[in-house]
Design a protein around this ligand. Structure first.
Ligand SMILES: Nc1nc2c(c(=O)[nH]1)N[C@H]1C(S)=C(S)[C@@H](COP(=O)(O)O)O[C@H]1N2
Ligand SMILES: [Mo]
Length: 419
């Protein structure tokens, strides 16, 4: 792919159209005589470099801003990292009768915490890697997509030997001594230990895109919960608790979020310029999340905004019964070009162990680029929408249009074709 050449073409045609400022836009206009290049249609990199993830971090100071001794005291360097893996003796009258118990516990106070090398050793034997997109329940835009590498939570829990009365596993990242800074999340014991063979497991990640997980992205070790929104994927992981409290005690639930929501299938439009010359194709691009209920296709609908046009609600008849058409979903990338050097696809979860082909395209819990080139629109004002249709045939924002279980309102962009 000669992306440099096509880039230059795009600059030339954009400048010719007097839209020099729009070159970084991804909904751009391309001279009809210039072939539309692949990088115009798929402007996203397949794996997101760690630094370019949209960051969602709590804490004051934020853990990734710590340096020197403060960073070591926080035990957030590979040499100092320690993980407590303990039982929570919680009981409550009339609610939880018996406390959880474990044959073995790992506790820094006892000098028995799990260190980085021990986790690496587990990884040596039981490590897995997979590609997964990160998406915040509350932000209508994917945060990034990574190749994550680490150890399944089930393998780490096995270190505790026999367990009794454990119904949930909850975990926290580093926080300072202020209890209001605690940000914890949880999974059921079953979710932690019994991964359906076709699914990705809950796991402790220590590598991203082939490199040690950076402090910025939650390193040295973060939790990754593949089927969930980002709040379950706790960064700067330091503590895991085994409890008999069956209730979902995620901090996120206190902010009116559904703590059991699954990663939602949805289409997210890229931003771009709002004015175009007459007679040129308008390229609409975006990314879709392949969530828990699968991704069947992405659709778009363009309507002309005639004077007096009403704002349309996602659940309006006009939107539901509009003549939606298919967007083009990006093909599988040239894997050798997008994966870190030396990555053998046959070793990735979600890929066939013999052929190296992905078990599904788009990848489960991954994100995929989509596009459509709009041609022959006459001068006027327009509004374009994109939506996903999930594996059960439900169109976005269904089947869960409750925005506190994942933001997936139908996105719109408005633009004008000049006379
Ligand atoms: N320790 C800790 N982990 C955390 C958070 C946090 O504030 N503190 N934010 C969570 C939320 S809400 C999201 S969406 C993801 C974002 O991950 P990213 O910053 O790597 O994109 O991290 C999650 N893990
Ligand atoms: Mo989030």
């Amino acid at each position: 792919m000669s992306s440099r050449l096509t880039r230059r073409d795009a600059i030339r045609t954009t400048a010719a159209a007097g839209l020099a400022a729009s070159i970084t836009g991804t909904m751009k206009q391309v001279n009809a005589e210039t072939a539309i290049s692949q990088s115009d249609l798929v402007p996203h990199s397949f794996l997101t470099p760690g630094k370019q993830f949209y960051d969602v971090s709590r804490g004051n100071p934020k853990p990734f801003s710590l340096t020197g001794k403060a960073l070591e005291d926080a035990k957030l360097t590979p040499d100092t990292w320690q993980l407590n893996l303990k039982v929570d003796p919680f009981t409550e009258d009339g609610v939880v009768r018996e406390p959880a118990a474990a044959e073995r516990e790992f506790d820094a106070a006892e000098g028995t915490a799990i260190d980085y090398q021990q986790l690496m050793d587990l990884g040596e034997k039981h490590g897995v890697k997979f590609i997964k997109a990160m998406q915040c329940l509350n932000i209508p835009e994917p945060l990034g997509q990574g190749l994550w590498e680490g150890v399944p939570l089930s393998i780490v829990l096995r270190e505790c030997g026999l367990l009794k009365n454990v119904r949930r596993v909850y975990y926290r990242g580093f926080h300072n001594n202020d209890p209001s800074q605690i940000f914890q999340s949880s999974v059921s014991y079953t979710q932690a230990t019994e991964t359906p063979p076709s699914e990705l497991p809950a796991f402790l990640a220590y590598k991203l895109n082939g490199k040690p997980l950076s402090l910025l992205r939650g390193g040295p070790v973060r939790m990754i919960i593949p089927w969930a929104h980002g709040f379950k994927s706790i960064k700067w992981l330091r503590e895991i608790f085994l409890t008999n409290d069956f209730r979902v005690n995620d901090t996120y639930a206190l902010n009116n979020n559904d703590p059991e929501s699954y990663l939602k299938t949805g289409a997210y439009l890229d931003k771009g310029p709002t004015e175009f010359e007459n007679g040129e194709p308008v390229i609409i691009t975006g990314q879709a999340i392949n969530g828990y209920s699968g991704l069947e296709r992405v659709e778009y609908w363009v309507r002309e905004l005639i004077p007096g046009a009403k704002r349309l609600d996602d659940n309006s008849i006009e939107v539901k019964q509009a003549p939606w058409k298919h967007c083009v979903i990006a093909e599988e990338p040239a894997w050798n070009e997008v994966l870190p050097e030396g990555t053998d696809r046959r070793t990735l979860l979600g890929f066939d162990h013999e052929t190296g082909k992905p078990n599904s395209w788009p990848l489960r819990y991954g994100m995929v680029s989509f596009h459509v080139a709009l041609r022959d629109l006459k001068p006027g004002r327009y509004e374009v929408r994109a939506r996903t249709v999930d594996g059960n045939g439900f169109a976005q924002p269904e089947p869960r249009s409750i925005q506190k279980s994942g933001k997936n309102a139908i996105q719109t962009r408005r633009f004008t074709i000049k006379a």
